[in-house]
Write a protein that binds this ligand. Structure first.
Ligand SMILES: [Ca+2]
Ligand SMILES: [Ca+2]
Length: 200
């Protein structure tokens, strides 16, 4: 009987140890969630939820999620508090080629997903004393969907300024254009066009 009691006791102890081990493993697995050590960098979409990773908003040939300076302003993403793209050019228009022809200067620029505010501005010099700004130029913005938006021109002294601000617009390639109008016979030099797209 002693031997039998001992065997029963040993079996009981083994069963108990087994149960305890099972409980321990269960508790261990339940109480230890995956450790977040903080070393995992946020994804592009987590950092810029309003942008599309595969677009190229600054037009430099590198898609957004591979671009260390995605808005092309010279400030690396890690140090850049805003996503704003700027495109600018200075060009010239010769004399009006005739009433049936149009001569324009065009600044093309990409408008990406997440655009919130777009501003285009053109400036050029005009001659005084003619009653009509000379050269008599017009300005317009061609939206990605092909819609044309006229841009009003204001003249102050010898400077003509055309500017337009837009709330979110469609995604794609836009163009800001300055063009000759009837009666424009003077060549225009140093026409400066600028487009800014603010994201967020
Ligand atoms: Ca880019
Ligand atoms: Ca930047």
């Amino acid at each position: 009987m002693v031997a039998t009691d001992t065997v029963v006791g040993i079996i009981g102890a083994i069963v108990l140890v087994g149960v305890m081990a099972g409980v321990f493993v269960y508790e261990y697995n339940q109480s230890e969630p995956p450790v977040d050590d903080g070393d995992t960098p946020p994804t592009f979409q987590e950092t810029y939820p309003f942008l599309n990773a595969t677009e190229d908003i600054d037009g430099d040939g590198t898609r957004n999620d591979n671009d260390t300076d995605l808005d092309g302003d010279g400030i690396l993403n890690a140090d850049d508090e805003a996503v704003n793209t700027t495109f600018a050019m200075t060009g010239s228009l010769g004399a009006d080629p005739g009433p049936t022809s149009e001569f324009s200067l065009s600044l093309g620029f990409p408008v990406g997903t997440g655009n919130a505010h777009t501003v285009v501005t053109a400036t050029w010099s005009v001659a005084l004393g003619t009653g009509v700004p000379q050269p008599n130029l017009g300005a317009r913005l061609v939206l990605p969907d092909g819609e044309l938006r006229p841009v009003g021109v204001q003249v102050s002294g010898q400077t003509a300024t055309a500017t337009l601000e837009l709330e979110p617009v469609g995604v794609g390639d836009a163009a800001f254009e300055v063009f000759t109008q009837d009666g424009s016979l003077l060549p225009a030099d140093g026409i400066r066009l600028m487009a800014e797209v603010h994201y967020g």
